[in-house]
Design a protein. Sequence first.
Length: 194
Amino acid sequence: MSEIEASVGRMRYGFVMPFGAAADVAEHAVMAESSGWDAIFDWEAVWGDDAWVALTAAAMVTDHIRLGTMLTPIPRMRPWDLASRASSLDRLSHGRVILGAGLGALHEGWTAFEADEGRRVRVEKMDEGLSTKHFDICVEGEFYGADAGERDLTAWAEAGATWWIEGAWRLENTEAGRAELARRIQAGPPDSPR
């Protein structure tokens, strides 16, 4: 076994909820946990069901499945708001949060609520928003500014980065699509002993 293989460990599997309210995410998280999945991810919408609320509902009914966003559009978030959400859920779930950070997919659902600032600005906002390990609330940047003193809001960051590679199932939000999602979750991850 190579040094890299030893440091990586086994392949882990999670899935992204393609649709559903908080109760649906919680229900599918229970199903996924009992079927051997390692994580459940919820997408962050510009409006509609809140991913952090849905993942909190999942945390309340599960014990070990990891809970993550896929993906959190960092340029749309104030660093202290994101740190508060992520660290609150991480404490509640006893360290099971995965933050999937990125620029976000610019689409008409996003631009209906705010103008496109351009990719360069979104990249700069993401860099600034993630610029400190502990999301210190002493920010003097081009985009964000606050001086509330140093607050360690992200104990979850101290555990180290967790890397996930996303795959996708294309399912419609119909009765048949929901039934197929449940069937695939219950089948377990690809290398499940089932």
